[in-house]
Design a protein around this ligand. Structure first.
Ligand SMILES: Cc1cc2nc3c(=O)[nH]c(=O)nc-3n(C[C@H](O)[C@H](O)[C@H](O)COP(=O)(O)O)c2cc1C
Length: 192
């Protein structure tokens, strides 16, 4: 197990795919970092093993969207305690609100998930009282397609084109660490 750099690269790709498709994966909700020093957890929605692109969903009005824009640097941190593995991905982010990827992502989201995007004010906006931000008529319900019509304008996809991965595997007989340029570049062993 993990004898060669190529085995590890393939294993990383398989784990990212599993993290995106399996809600019970320990890596399903990674920490996403931006150049302003902020971090937040985001649900990993998809991984494309061809170009090593991750997909997340977010509110276009949230501060991270302006920080990332088109090409902002993004880091994605994933950890699976049972597998004793940490993945530190670096890449370039891009926000898409229109087009095939955003439309398909919106189409496949449940009405319950879409409800978040009905929030009347931007995520992070100040409120005098504790609030969900949602209009009263959709609070606590699964909204109809008609009620969700205004939500689409607030929905954005964050795509992260991964350029490098730092892999750390913890083992009793000695940890192991390697770094990869992706999709196609070289891998190398490094001291943990
Ligand atoms: C378990 C969990 C999952 C989350 N998933 C998402 C997500 O998929 N997309 C998202 O925009 N925010 C998600 N959030 C909220 C973010 O962590 C963050 O609070 C919010 O997006 C505002 O971030 P910002 O101020 O950096 O823009 C999640 C939070 C938690 C705790």
């Amino acid at each position: 197990m993990f004898e060669t750099l190529e085995d590890i690269r393939a294993d990383i790709a398989a784990r990212l795919g599993e993290a995106a498709s399996n809600r019970r994966s320990a890596m399903h909700v990674p920490v996403v970092g931006t150049t302003d020093g902020d971090l937040r957890m985001m649900v990993l929605r998809a991984f494309d093993p061809g170009d090593w692109t991750l997909r997340f969903h977010t509110d276009v009005r949230s501060p991270k969207v302006a920080t990332i824009g088109q090409g902002g640097r993004v880091s994605v941190l994933l950890h699976d305690p049972e597998a004793k593995m940490q993945l530190r991905c670096r890449g370039q982010g891009r926000i898409e609100t229109q087009g095939g990827v955003a439309d398909a992502a919106w189409a496949e989201a449940t009405n319950y998930a879409k409800r978040c995007y009905l929030s009347e004010a931007a995520p992070g906006a100040h409120s005098e009282a504790a609030t969900s931000g949602l209009p009263a008529e959709v609070e606590g319900i699964n909204p109809s397609a008609e009620q969700l019509l205004p939500a689409r304008a607030n929905f954005a996809v964050l795509l992260v084109d991964i350029t490098s991965v730092d892999w750390l595997y913890l083992a009793h007989d000695g940890h192991r660490r390697a770094q990869f340029s992706v999709p196609g570049g070289a891998g190398r062993w490094v001291v943990p």
